[in-house]
Design a protein around this ligand. Structure first.
Ligand code: ZN
Length: 268
């Protein structure tokens, strides 16, 4: 009996050591924007009405693999520009309260501690600081990488270590972090499903949707790369959210972002 117990215990220990878990999820303020015309994101709706956007990065600590950072926000250089930086085509101005590096430092994390850098897509408010983490392995869709490499201004060094995906991927093989291919906003856009022991499942949706009313009404910005793919990706996210009872965290939705605990607090 005793031997059986010991065998079972050894089995349990080896399984749990292999499985791993997400121990912490930090929401980090990675910039914000004020836009003059919401209808650029919601064609025909709220024309000329201003809207504020949040922009978060998400730091994830995995028990076996260490730190993974989801998106890097707008460039840290903006922290030195209190008047912000204007983006004329989108009638918006971007700001940063503090650098990503400073935010990480304040919770005891150095850039070199980040092992994996997963990015939703290559727009500047998501990849502004990729090269701050030269040692991290970039995790992104192959199609998005190819778009980055032919862009007139490359969003990060082409020398960056990268693991390129073609579709969905259970990143560490234990169901804690699952990349979901959600194209439409860009050709190789992806989202991240995170499992936390206490919080449950959280779906980080990148820019598959920009704010709550666009989600509720399935509205697609006119500048998205592909409208049908955008709609299909929203349906995929809705299906996964329902299956997993996941919370949908819409990155640029400021009202819901404001209700979330930001670093140094965290979710478990
Ligand atoms: Zn964005």
């Amino acid at each position: 009996m005793r031997r059986l117990m010991l065998t079972l215990l050894a089995l349990f220990v080896s399984v749990s050591a292999r499985a791993g878990e997400v121990e912490r999820l930090y929401v980090i303020d990675c910039g914000f924007a004020h836009a003059e015309d919401q209808s650029l994101w919601s064609p025909g709706v709220n024309v000329g009405a201003p809207i504020d956007f949040s922009d978060n990065c998400y730091l994830i600590r995995h028990s076996r693999e260490g730190y993974l950072l989801w998106d890097t926000g707008i460039t840290d250089r903006l922290a030195a520009l209190p008047q912000g930086q204007r983006v004329p085509p989108l009638k918006q101005t971007w700001y940063r309260r503090q650098t990503l590096v400073a935010a990480l430092t304040s919770i005891g994390v150095k850039p070199a501690d980040i092992r994996y850098l997963a990015i939703s897509h290559i727009h500047p408010d998501h990849v502004g600081n990729v090269d701050v983490f030269p040692d991290a392995t970039l995790i992104m869709q192959k199609r998005e990488w190819e778009a980055a490499m032919v862009a007139p201004q490359k969003p990060f060094s082409p020398e960056h270590k990268a693991e390129l995906l073609d579709g969905d991927r259970d990143l560490f093989g234990d169901g804690t972090l699952t990349i979901l291919s959600t194209p439409g906003h860009t050709a190789g856009h992806q989202s991240l499903l995170v499992h936390l022991n206490k919080t449950g499942y959280v779906l980080l949706t990148g820019d598959a949707v920009h704010f709550q009313s666009n989600w509720d009404n399935r509205r697609v910005p006119a500048f998205n790369a592909d409208r049908q793919m955008s709609l299909a990706s929203m349906e995929k996210l809705a299906r996964v959210a329902q299956e997993k009872h996941a919370q949908l965290w819409i990155n640029h939705d400021k009202p819901s972002s404001d209700t979330r605990r930001h670093a140094p607090e965290f979710y478990e």
